[in-house]
Write a protein that binds this ligand. Structure first.
Ligand SMILES: NC(=O)c1ccc[n+]([C@@H]2O[C@H](COP(=O)([O-])OP(=O)(O)OC[C@H]3O[C@@H](n4cnc5c(N)ncnc54)[C@H](O)[C@@H]3O)[C@@H](O)[C@H]2O)c1
Length: 270
């Protein structure tokens, strides 16, 4: 069927941030399965290397690169790697993100700054670096007018708020607004920018918080949420549930969609 050709990624070059684990890793492998070369970014190089192996197993090629999305230099190096190594940038999937939860009255300024820096400023740096490259590439395209994609990651916490996540929900809400403006600025260059807002996905971020760790959810809160989901008939999502949507937003099949945030929560929030 000809329509399926619009969902192929052969010859495309993608950057995936936060691709060492969880949703980012699954996105990187999905894009590779679709035919894209993948620059695998993560703060931690070891998991990034593991993802690169999976990308190669999927029959594609790529590069693993350590980098912090909250560092403008690191982000620019990541985008430059795509341009230098594979001669283009068709998809920028900004998946990297982190939580540092606490009730508002106990939230320190450091907790606020850290989460806003990684999630919102990091996404800003990624959009900025990608748009600069994509504008130049679009000018060089001539009449061909290829579409290019920027995909951001919000959260249902950014759309609806969430107890203990003032910092995270503010940052993730900011990403929704950022997405709309990037979409508007991308129109003349055929760059579509969209966003996914995942619900509860089974990754390191939603696992039972290990003793002494900053990442995860306290067991009691987690059990309560799971009981509510069970009662409502909502299943916990898997990274592939988000990767399928990011994949769609990476392909020409989504060329007439821009500036949109998709709530991908299996009905957790409607
Ligand atoms: N898991 C969920 O339920 C859920 C829900 C809503 C939104 N999200 C969002 O989805 C995205 C992926 O989360 P996940 O659940 O897969 O988490 P995860 O912890 O499993 O994976 C995130 C990856 O991002 C990397 N990372 C963290 N900070 C980084 C930085 N500054 N620079 C580069 N890489 C960095 C981590 O090393 C990790 O490998 C995040 O933006 C998160 O906020 C997740």
């Amino acid at each position: 069927m000809a329509i399926l050709d619009d969902f192929k990624l052969d010859g495309k070059v993608a950057v995936v941030t936060g691709a060492g684990r969880g949703i980012g890793q699954t996105v990187a492998v999905a894009l590779a399965e679709g035919g894209a070369k993948v620059i695998v970014n993560d703060l931690d190089i070891e998991p990034a290397n593991e993802t690169l192996e999976l990308v190669k197993k999927a029959g594609s090629d790529g590069v693993a690169i350590a980098g912090n999305v909250a560092s403008k230099d690191d982000v620019q190096k990541t985008v430059k790697t795509a341009l230098d190594k594979f001669g283009g940038l068709d998809v920028m999937a900004n998946i990297a993100g982190i939580t540092r939860d606490g009730m508002l009255h106990k939230m320190s300024e450091d907790m606020w700054d850290f989460i806003v820096d990684v999630n919102m400023k990091g996404t800003f740096f990624c959009c900025q670096a990608a748009m600069a490259a994509m504008r130049d590439l679009a000018k060089a395209d001539g009449k061909e007018k290829k579409s290019r994609k920027i995909i951001n990651t919000s959260s249902v916490a950014g759309l609806f708020g969430n107890k203990g996540q003032a910092n995270y929900s503010a940052a993730k809400s900011g990403i929704v607004g950022l997405t709309k403006t990037v979409a508007i600025e991308g129109l003349m260059f055929n760059v579509q920018c969209n966003c996914v807002a995942p619900g509860w996905i089974d990754t390191r971020l939603t696992q039972k918080k290990p003793e002494g760790s900053d990442i995860g959810i306290p067991d009691q809160d987690r059990q309560q949420s799971l009981m509510y989901m069970n009662f409502m008939g909502i299943r916990m999502g898997a990274p592939i549930d988000i990767a399928r949507v990011v994949y769609f937003l990476s392909t020409s099949g989504s060329d007439y969609l821009t500036g949109v945030t998709l709530n991908v929560s299996g009905g957790l929030k409607t």
